[in-house]
Write a protein that binds this ligand. Structure first.
Ligand code: PLP
Length: 404
């Protein structure tokens, strides 16, 4: 399989590492940036830079226009009913913390239940642990199948009349599992709970329509889909965002302030205290334009095919792989017997192959798998089967190295 887009679109991919072609297999940590994103950020700082929503001069107007145009692009990309439902944050982590603080502190009470899964990234676990402590609520976990999937029966077993909130990743950053979000959301809604979707690994790879997902809140990061770091999105249904409290306080999020009191601005600005990452939002808009031109259905098909090919070929080579064989997302976690994943990553690096090793911010999942850590190769639109060839070659080199 060839890369879905020209590698030349991504300037960093033309560099070498340790004298070898860079084989970048760490896009689940952060994706590389296409030239139009780099150009959009550069252009903003060269020609448009000013603060937004504050001053009355040409640059301020243009900067505000560019910032709000990015919001419209996000709204279209995820099928939001209105740009007012799109809040810019620093990323998935801040979005999920914001929901836990702004919605959770107000609407979750003693004895209420928060339903999660054991495959959640710490960003979709610790905010709920902390909320449960503050509000005396209880965490419940949907048990996984042996190959790391969520079944509706398992979801049904823990979603009940006390459930206030269900928070799940749409795609696991370790197992590569694609979770049945619409079906779980329907179960959540049957009992009056809200459905929070961690889209960090799904929005970059799968067509996203918040209505079709059945989501009430969606969190994702710009940097995993080719946008800049430090910009992300909290989307919520307008009625929920209206009812929710702000979680950051300060400039530009107010309607009126006196010495003792303050009232809040309308959506979405009520949630955007302080100067936002304006150039980041502009870059995110450019990344969404780039992906939309490629077509998200093609992005999905390409990523799934690469994930499945890598899983199959690693398994055939006798490598321990984790998660379902298919369908699977554009990543595969693996271990080479007793060789520590950090050592694996180091030998791979010497071969020019960049992978991640560690617990992937999913320690409860490592406990469930019974391992301390794994290696992980993850793919994006600039990867092709030649990168999986390089991955398999690096596996052989590593095995040989540690046999010595
Ligand atoms: N959720 C999942 C599933 C992730 O993979 C990640 C990042 O790896 C996050 C949340 C956190 O994203 P960020 O660090 O961009 O806030």
């Amino acid at each position: 399989m060839n890369p879905l887009v020209p590698r030349e679109d991504f300037p960093i991919l033309s560099r070498s590492v340790h004298g070898r072609r860079l084989v970048y297999l760490d896009s689940a940590a952060t994706a590389q940036k296409p030239a139009p994103v780099i150009a959009a950020v550069d252009h903003f700082y060269r020609y448009t830079n000013a603060n937004v929503l504050r001053s009355a001069h040409a640059l301020a107007d243009e900067a505000t226009e560019a910032y709000e145009a990015a919001r419209v692009k996000v709204a279209r990309f995820i099928g939001a009913a209105s740009p007012a439902e799109v809040v810019f944050t620093r990323g998935t982590t801040e979005s999920l913390n914001g929901i836990a603080r702004g919605w959770g502190d107000k609407f979750v009470g003693p004895g209420d239940e928060i339903v999660l899964s054991p495959m959640e990234h710490h960003a979709n676990l610790i905010p709920w642990q902390q909320l449960a402590r503050r509000r005396e609520a209880r965490l419940r976990f949907i048990e996984l199948t042996p190959d790391g999937r969520i079944t509706l029966e398992a979801a049904q077993a823990v979603i009940g009349p006390r459930t206030r909130l269900v928070a799940l990743s749409a795609v696991s950053n370790v197992l590569g599992t694609i979770n049945p979000i619409p079906e779980v959301a329907a179960l959540a809604h049957q009992v009056g709970a809200v459905m929070v979707v961690d889209g960090a690994q799904s929005v970059p790879h799968e067509p996203t329509d918040v209505a079709a997902l059945g989501a009430d809140f969606l969190a994702f990061s710009g940097h995993k889909l080719g946008g800049p770091t430090g910009i992300g999105v909290l989307w919520g249904r307008e009625t929920l965002l209206d009812a929710m409290d702000p979680f950051l306080f300060g400039g530009e999020m107010i309607a009126y302030v006196d010495r003792e009191h303050a009232t809040w601005a309308d959506l979405p600005h009520k949630f955007e205290a302080g100067t936002p990452h304006i150039a980041g939002a502009v870059g995110l808009g450019a990344a969404l334009d780039y992906l939309q031109a490629v077509g998200m259905a093609r992005v999905r098909d390409h990523g799934r095919a690469l994930g499945e090919e890598a899983y199959r070929r690693l398994a055939e080579a006798g490598v321990q792989v984790y998660g379902p064989a298919a369908p699977r997302a554009a990543l595969v976690a693996f271990n080479l017997g007793p060789i520590h994943p950090h050592d694996v990553a180091q030998v791979f690096d010497a071969e020019g192959v960049a992978i991640r090793a560690g617990h992937h911010c999913a320690q409860p999942l490592m406990q469930w798998l019974g391992v301390a850590a794994t290696a992980r190769a993850s793919f994006y639109i600039y990867n092709g089967s030649d990168d999986i060839d390089a991955l398999l070659h690096a596996v052989e080199v590593t095995k040989r190295y540690f046999r010595r």
